[in-house]
Design a protein around this ligand. Structure first.
Ligand code: NFE
Length: 503
């Protein structure tokens, strides 16, 4: 039977999943991006320094990653020498955004796939947290019921966590995490100017010159986020894993892993990063080569040529193209399907022994769960890898504040060149993010973004290989083919953002 699940909720943008199910097993899956945007088209002819502002508008969740990738691309094109403070502020802004995004993803977008919200019916009138939760939801939704429905119900049928205490604790953390996310966003805004869409991020540094009070406020906010990550987020992931161990083996993508590396330790773009860059393919780590990326469009709604490199990128929409089923392109690395995102970031780093803290955390939790490192390619693996990333990033951000030199500059000085080109690569929360800029006559001649969800939620490519998410869905056993809670859990583990994917 064929089932269209869509739009899939609790993710950003317009994604549908079309599955074919035979004998309760998904035998084919199509990932369908349902909306065209066209940022690369309207960037042409603009002032290059508009790019890190305009590309932030691709998304309200990960705007800083776009600002950073664009700034890196321009730094590359302008041959800038960035002062250490400039890079540190980029890191402080971007890193805080990752922390916000991981918490948002787990609590608001994924937890209710596992946590039983009806546990709230068990609340006692003396439990002020739960009364507050009910009143908050009722105020938000205009409901006056004893038990709040939206945004918790309706939900898909299936097995949920059975332990009332675990459920109630997770629901409390759902609410608490909103305040914590606000703190992470406030921290980014101290140096970025505002959230979302920072005004202060530029190629070469940051226009905000911090003082000691800014740094103290940032540290205090990130310390609170750090505590929440350790005391609540990580334990909640482990609680879900304890009840659903089968999800270490469900949702495995069938291809390689790509990460561009995240948070450079020095001002140069090729500095060692907190998370190492690399391609993990056929059990071997290789360096990243941007020229090995080509974007196929056999099944994407474009009439421009297929298989172009990032530098060649073109975008001609073709709404009624025969056979095409998505507005998402199909990027491939040396023709191979790549998963990007938290599991890719952790596996690529772990396999290179780049960051001892990552190695230690992976070994510890893999041991606790009784799985192998390869099982991080799974629904639970992606959740755990986000939590490990959060731990590592929060520690790094607190250390990074100590490297600011208040007497030194925060921005490079430069004149814009008449022409040039550059790549900027970083890790957005959802994975590998690449921007390419080509400048001619002081204007943008070509701009190309290859974005995390474009990789993960791509349709089939020119050789009919399914994208990472499509491949992770195929073979999954579903209890109820009409609803497919299992497929939803797999989709959510990738945290798709269609606004980004079809930018
Ligand atoms: Ni719109 Fe984005 C994606 C992330 S790219 S959320 O995909 O993370 O910066």
């Amino acid at each position: 039977m064929k089932v269209d699940i869509g739009p899939v909720t609790r993710l950003e943008g317009h994604l549908s999943i079309h599955t074919t199910v035979e004998n309760n097993v998904i035998t084919e899956a199509k990932s369908v991006g349902e909306m065209f945007r066209g940022f690369e088209v309207f960037l042409r002819g603009r002032d290059p320094l508009d790019a890190q502002q305009i590309t932030q508008r691709i998304c309200g969740v990960c705007p800083y990653a776009h600002a950073i990738a664009s700034s890196y691309a321009q730094e590359n094109a302008y041959h800038l020498n960035v002062p250490p403070n400039g890079r540190i502020l980029h890191n402080l802004i971007q890193g805080a955004n990752h922390l916000y995004d991981y918490l948002l993803h787990f609590y608001q977008l994924s937890a209710l796939d596992f946590v039983d919200v009806t546990a709230i019916l068990e609340y006692k009138e003396s439990d002020s947290d739960l009364i507050a939760l009910r009143d908050w939801v009722n105020a938000e939704t205009g409901s006056k019921s004893r038990f709040p429905a939206a945004p918790f119900l309706p939900r898909l049928s299936g097995r949920y966590i059975s332990d009332t205490q675990t459920n109630i604790l997770a629901l409390k953390h759902y609410i608490e995490s909103l305040e914590i996310q606000k703190k992470a966003n406030k921290a980014s805004a101290i140096f970025g100017g505002k959230f979302p869409h920072a005004t202060a991020i530029f190629p070469g540094g940051c226009t905000q010159e911090p003082n000691i009070d800014h740094i103290a406020s940032y540290r205090s906010l990130i310390s609170e986020v750090h505590d929440f990550i350790h005391k609540k987020y990580l334990p909640d992931i482990l609680a879900v894993a304890g009840q659903f161990p089968e999800y270490w083996h469900i949702g495995q993508s069938r291809g390689g892993f790509l990460s561009y590396g995240l948070l450079p330790f020095g001002p140069e773009l090729d500095s060692k990063r907190l998370f190492a860059p690399g391609v993990l393919l056929d059990n071997t780590i290789r360096p990243v080569d941007f020229d090995a990326i080509r974007e196929d469009i056999k099944y994407s709604k474009y009439s421009s040529p297929s298989g172009l490199t990032v530098k060649e990128g073109e975008l001609t929409p073709s709404t009624h193209k025969p056979g095409a089923y998505s507005w998402v392109k199909a990027p491939r690395y040396q023709g191979k399907v790549m998963e990007v995102g938290p599991a890719a970031r952790i596996l690529v780093d772990y396999r290179q022994n780049n960051n001892p803290k990552i190695k230690q955390l992976v070994d510890k939790f893999v041991g606790i769960a009784g799985i192998t490192v390869d099982n991080l390619n799974s629904v639970l693996g992606r959740h755990l890898c986000r939590a490990i990333s959060a731990v590592v990033i929060a520690d790094f951000l607190l250390e990074e504040t100590e490297r600011i030199d208040l007497q030194a500059p925060f921005m490079a000085e430069y004149d814009l060149p008449e022409s040039g080109e550059g790549f900027g690569a970083t890790e957005a929360s959802r994975g590998a993010l690449l921007h390419y800029i080509k400048i001619k006559g002081y204007k943008i001649e070509k701009y190309e973004c290859v974005v995390p969800t474009t990789w993960n939620c791509s349709p089939k490519d020119d050789r009919d290989q399914p994208g990472a998410l499509e491949s992770a869905l195929v073979g999954t056993r579903v209890e109820n083919p009409e609803e497919q809670i299992e497929a939803n859990r797999i989709v959510h583990s990738f945290d798709p953002c269609l606004a980004c994917a079809v930018h």
